[in-house]
Design a protein around this ligand. Structure first.
Ligand code: FAD
Length: 315
């Protein structure tokens, strides 16, 4: 039994999400290899080789792999995984990020197996736990497929140590462009703050902020003081107070920081689904009945426009 983890990267750096997927793969009990597919991504392959527990890094370097197109990356994985009795891997794992979720379904379809989505625990090589109903129940799922295509909820597994490993790096032939899709462009948000899904502290705001200006004016100083990422409820995003990629929740990002501060967020189940595994939750809300208080470790029944600046001053 051996597992192949598909590395997520930007050609220069290995994304932290991959470290969580490696931990899930190690829990299967067999060898864990990592595929780094990209263009001029040698530094990523070297970084992956340092990850504790990794057996071997496969490095595919080619122009068709530069932009992470699902069609080309799937073809690359299929070439490595092989088919039928000659299959080289029993499990292929992706982090359940936008990028992993873009490729895994295609791979599963091509292999004619059912994808096992967003696992949070490995019970055995064929049995896993995954949240359902927006995290309100946990399903135990078993797959009898010969090869398992899995996405890993990163908050369910600790990150593997980024150093301490000594895996070998082997070059593998890169696939040609499948020619079925074309990369048109990428808009990358420049952000001085920590990435939302990797941040240790998140300051998150809701509809109560009332405007984009107020959102920034009230929450940014707190985030700056704490070195935190900024998050938002969907209501705040839909109203244009915060950008789309700050949304936390069922249809946003799933986060589990050390500290999550929710200001003016009611705590709808779809929001809780994205943050309730945070280690410490602080809620600031003027309504004592707000459901966010049911998951909060510390609740402050107060007007956020007074409480947050006071908190900043105290810090
Ligand atoms: P509200 O529910 O309006 O809450 C605002 C809160 O602010 C209230 O509790 C109020 O008491 C408090 N408040 C008001 N003024 C102040 C003040 N001055 N000081 C302190 N507190 C104050 N939501 C998400 O967040 N993420 C998702 O991913 C998501 N996905 C969804 C998917 C589906 C299919 C559906 C149907 C909904 C989804 N939602 C999601 C929406 C969700 O149901 C809620 O509508 C949303 O989370 C509400 O956002 P909110 O808490 O900011 O706003």
């Amino acid at each position: 039994m051996s597992a192949l983890v598909i590395a997520e990267h930007d050609q220069g750096h290995l994304k932290a999400a991959t470290l969580h997927a490696v931990t899930a793969a190690l829990a299967l009990g067999g060898d864990v290899d990592v595929l780094v597919a990209g263009l001029d991504a040698g530094a990523v392959a070297q970084a992956a080789a340092q990850v504790a527990g990794v057996n071997q890094v496969l490095h595919a370097d080619g122009a068709a792999l530069k932009d992470g197109l699902a069609e080309n990356l799937t073809a690359q994985i299929l070439q490595i995984v092989g088919t039928g009795a000659t299959r080289a891997y029993s499990h292929v794992l992706f982090a359940a990020t936008a990028s992993g979720k873009n490729v895994a379904p295609r791979l599963a379809a091509k292999l004619d197996v059912a994808q096992i989505s967003e696992i949070t625990r490995v019970i055995s090589a064929d049995t896993f736990e995954r949240p359902i109903y927006a995290g309100n129940a946990v399903a135990t799922v078993q797959s009898l497929d010969a090869i398992k295509v899995i996405t890993v909820r990163t908050t369910g597994f600790d990150a593997a140590a980024a150093s301490g490993g000594a895996a070998s790096v082997a070059s593998v032939a890169a696939v040609m462009d499948a020619g079925t899709s074309r990369f048109l462009g990428r808009e990358v948000t420049k952000n001085d703050r920590p990435e939302l899904t990797a941040a240790k502290i998140i300051v998150s705001g809701g509809r109560a902020l009332g405007s984009s200006d107020k959102f920034n004016e009230v929450l940014m100083p707190l985030a700056d003081k704490l070195g935190a990422a900024l998050g938002a409820s969907r209501a705040a995003v839909d109203a244009g107070y915060a950008p789309n990629d700050w949304q936390v929740g069922q249809t946003g990002k799933i986060v589990a920081p050390q500290l999550y501060i929710a200001a003016g967020i009611s705590g709808a189940i779809q929001h809780l689904a994205g943050m309730k595994d945070s280690k410490v939750i602080v809620a600031i809300n003027k309504d004592p009945e707000a459901p966010i208080f049911s998951v909060a470790d510390y609740g402050l029944e107060a007007d956020l426009f007074a409480a947050v600046p006071e908190l900043v001053k105290a810090l």
